[in-house]
Ligand binder design. Structure first.
Ligand code: GCB
Length: 604
C-alpha cells in the first residue's frame, strides 16, 4: 500500500528514505545555547504528556510532528499515530517505570502537550529548558523543528521566542534512547538504559538580554565573577550582600569579568558557609548561593583550603527501584544522610551527570563531590563526532555546576582501553575541563598494568588525581596482588580508589562464598587492611551505596541488579559491610581530628 501525504514530497519517500534522521541531527542545542536558570521563576511543564513509542521511527519518516490537532473523524489522511490522543505518561519519568510493556523498549518515543501562552511583551524572549532526556531529544513547536540535543544527563535550552504564538501551542519531543557505537556512553554499560524525559521541563521568559552564564570563584587576589549575557545590555550588576559587595561589570560582546578583593569565610565540610549572590543585566536577573574554597594537589596530597584532606567517600548511581533515573529531593537527602551515617565527607556521582539538585544540596550539607561524564569503557575514541559529543556534555556539566563548592573533581572517564586514540581523546577532555574551570581537579578511573603489577596509565600525567577501580577479592582473585601493586607503584600524584567492592545479595544470597553478605564483608575488611598502608592513597569511594538495576546481570542472586550496594535496592536494608566501612571512616575521622588539634591553626 502506498502512503498518502501532502507533507511527504511523494508517497513512497517516507518509506524508502534511510537518511530521514539526518535533518534532525543538528545538535544545535548544546552548551552554547544554555541559559543560567538560578533564581528564575519558570512555568513548569511537568505533568501529563501524550506518549507513543516508535520503534521504526515512523514519526520522523511520516512527519507526525506536522499533524495539526483535529478530531479523528475529520482527518483526511490515514496517519499511523495521533499525537493529540492516546496513551499518556508523566513528565518527568522513565518510560520503563511507567508500564511493563515498555520495560526493555529502546528507540524513539514521542511526547506531546499543549502550552497556553499569553502575548509576549515587545522585546521579551522565551526559552524551553529540559533538565535531561535520555539520549537524543528533538524539539518541535507547532510543527517546527527547533533542534536536537545529544547526551542523556545534561540540561539543554531552546529559544522559542519566534516559535510560540499567543494562544494554544503544541510542544513535541522525540526522545531516542537507542544504544549506538558512536554515543557517549556507547552500547555497553553496567547500568540500566532508561529512556525518556526524566528531569523537569520548564518555560522561562526573559527581557531582550538573557544571562546565559555566571562563574564565581575564589582567585589569588579575591573573588572573580564572570558573566556572559546575550542581548543589548552593556553591563551587569553583581551583589553579594554577605560580603557587602555591589559592583558593575562592563560587558563587551556580552562577556565581562572582574576580580574584587574580598575575603569570604571559606566553605568546608565542617563549615559549609554559602553566600547569596545576584546578577542583573538589562532587566534580566538571576541568583545563586555559592561557597568559596580552594582545592589543589601538591605531590601526592589533596589540599582543601590549603590543608591535606582524605576523601572518605562512597560511589552512587542515580537509580531507584520504582522511579528509575528520576530524582526527587527526598531521595537525594536520604542518599546524603546515608553517606553521612557512613562517615563520608565525599561522594563519587558515577558515571554521568546527576540531577543538578545533588550538588546544590551537597553544598549545603558540606559534602565534597566527584562529577563525571559518561566516557565509559570502549567509546568510539577515533570518531570526531563522538568526541564533539563528549566535549559538549563535559562543557554542559561544567557550566551547570561550576559554582558549586561541593564539586572538587571533574572526571573525564571510566576504565577505558589504553589506545592512542583514547589517550588523545581523554587528554583533550582533561584539558577542556581545565580551560572551562581552572579551579578544580581533574581525574578519571585509570588502569593497572597487570603484567607489571603496578598502576600505569599514560593518561595519569594529564590529570590531577589518579582514580583507580580495583576489585581484588571479586573480579581479581588473588588478594596478595593488591599489596604488590601498592608497593610497586610510586605515583607522583594522589590516588583515589574510585571503586572497589563485591556483590552481596541480601534477599536470596548464599550463606557463604560469592554473593553472600559474609563474603562482601570480608572483602571490605581485607581491602581496608591493604589500602590503609598506602600513603599515596588519598581517598576512596567503594562501589556502591545502593544496589542498582542493570540488564546485564541475570544470575539467581542478581536478578537484573548489581548487588554491590552497602544498602539493598530498597534503600533501607543495610548489609554488614556498611558497618565495616563506617568503622574505618570513623577511625580516620578521629585520627584526623586528633592531628588537627596538634597542628595549630595558621596565625594562632
Ligand atoms: C566497574 C565499573 C562499574 C561497574 C562495576 C561492577 O569497574 O566502573 O560501572 O558497575 O565495575 O560492579 O562491575
Amino acid at each position: 500500500m502506498l502512503e498518502r501525504s501532502d507533507l511527504a514530497e511523494n508517497a513512497l519517500q517516507c518509506l524508502h528514505d534511510e537518511d530521514y534522521d539526518r535533518p534532525f541531527n543538528t545538535q544545535a542545542l548544546n552548551a552554547d545555547t544554555m541559559i543560567f536558570t538560578g533564581g528564575r521563576q519558570g512555568l513548569a511543564l511537568d505533568g501529563t504528556w501524550n506518549f507513543c513509542v516508535d520503534l521504526l521511527d515512523t514519526g520522523l519518516r511520516q512527519k507526525w510532528y506536522a499533524m495539526t490537532p483535529e478530531a479523528p473523524e475529520d482527518r483526511t489522511e490515514p496517519w499511523d499515530y495521533d499525537p493529540y490522543a492516546g496513551e499518556t505518561v508523566q513528565v518527568p519519568s522513565c518510560w520503563q517505570m511507567q508500564k511493563e510493556k515498555w520495560y526493555f523498549f529502546e528507540g524513539s518515543a514521542w511526547y506531546t502537550r499543549a502550552l497556553e501562552a499569553g502575548p509576549l511583551a515587545p522585546g521579551n524572549r522565551r526559552f524551553l529548558r529540559v533538565g535531561a532526556a535520555q539520549y537524543d531529544c528533538k524539539v518541535f513547536v507547532n510543527g517546527q523543528f527547533l533542534g536536537n540535543h545529544y547526551g542523556g544527563s545534561t540540561p539543554f535550552c531552546v529559544e522559542v521566542t519566534e516559535a510560540l504564538r499567543d494562544g494554544t501551542n503544541w510542544i513535541m519531543f522525540c526522545v531516542n534512547n537507542a544504544r549506538t557505537l558512536d554515543r557517549v556512553p556507547m552500547r555497553n554499560t553496567d547500568w540500566f538504559n532508561y529512556g525518556g524525559i526524566y528531569r523537569e521541563v520548564a518555560l522561562y521568559e526573559t527581557p531582550a538580554t538573557v544571562i546565559r552564564d555566571v562563574f564565581v570563584h575564589l582567585a589569588d587576589d579575591g573573588i572573580r565573577i564572570a558573566v556572559t549575557a546575550d542581548g543589548p545590555a552593556t553591563e551587569a550588576e553583581v551583589e553579594i550582600p554577605g560580603l557587602s559587595l555591589s559592583l558593575v561589570i562592563a560587558l563587551t560582546s556580552g562577556k565581562g569579568d572582574v576580580t574584587v578583593p574580598a575575603r569570604p569565610q571559606l566553605w568546608s565540610p565542617e563549615d559549609p558557609v554559602l553566600y547569596d549572590l545576584s546578577i542583573s543585566a538589562g532587566g534580566d536577573r538571576v541568583t545563586d548561593r555559592v561557597g568559596f574554597r580552594t582545592i589543589e594537589r601538591r605531590g601526592t596530597e589533596i589540599l582543601l583550603n590549603g590543608k591535606p584532606v582524605f576523601l572518605r567517600g562512597i560511589s552512587v548511581h542515580e537509580d531507584d527501584a520504582t522511579l528509575g533515573k528520576v530524582t526527587s529531593e527526598a531521595d537525594l537527602r536520604r542518599r546524603f544522610a546515608h553517606a553521612k551515617e557512613l562517615g563520608c565527607n565525599y561522594l563519587r556521582l558515577a558515571h554521568y551527570p546527576h540531577h543538578e539538585l545533588a550538588a546544590q544540596i551537597a553544598d549545603e550539607l558540606g559534602l565534597m563531590l566527584w562529577e563525571e561524564v559518561p566516557v565509559y569503557w570502549a567509546i568510539d575514541f577515533a570518531n570526531p563526532a563522538t568526541r564533539r559529543d563528549a566535549e559538549n556534555q563535559l562543557r554542559e556539566l561544567i557550566h551547570r555546576d561550576r559554582n558549586r563548592a561541593s564539586v572538587i573533581i571533574w572526571s573525564v572517564g571510566n576504565e577505558n582501553p589504553d589506545t592512542d586514540a583514547r589517550l588523545e581523546f581523554m587528554k583533550g577532555l582533561a584539558d577542556l575541563a581545565k580551560a572551562e574551570d581552572p579551579t578544580r581537579l581533574t581525574s578519571a578511573a585509570c588502569l593497572v598494568n597487570h603484567a607489571k603489577l603496578k598502576i600505569e596509565d599514560r593518561l595519569a600525567q594529564h590529570i590531577d588525581v589518579i582514580g583507580l577501580n580495583e576489585y581484588y577479592g571479586w573480579y581479581e582473585e588473588n588478594f596478595e596482588e593488591l599489596g604488590i601493586i601498592g608497593r610497586n607503584s610510586a605515583p607522583d600524584r594522589p590516588v583515589v580508589i574510585s571503586e572497589t567492592g563485591a556483590d552481596g545479595d541480601s534477599e536470596q544470597g548464599p550463606a557463604r562464598g560469592l554473593f553472600s553478605l559474609a563474603y562482601q564483608e570480608e572483602v571490605y575488611e581485607r581491602q581496608i587492611e591493604t589500602l590503609r598502608g598506602l600513603d599515596y592513597v588519598k581517598g576512596m569511594s567503594p562501589w556502591i551505596l545502593y544496589d542498582f538495576r542493570v540488564e546485564r546481570r541475570q544470575n539467581p542472586f542478581q536478578r537484573g541488579w548489581n548487588r554491590k550496594g552497602l544498602i539493598a535496592g530498597d534503600k533501607a536494608s543495610k548489609k554488614p559491610a556498611f558497618a565495616i566501612l563506617a568503622a574505618y571512616y570513623a577511625e580516620r575521622a578521629r585520627a584526623e581530628a586528633a592531628e588537627a588539634e596538634l597542628v595549630p591553626e595558621a596565625g594562632t
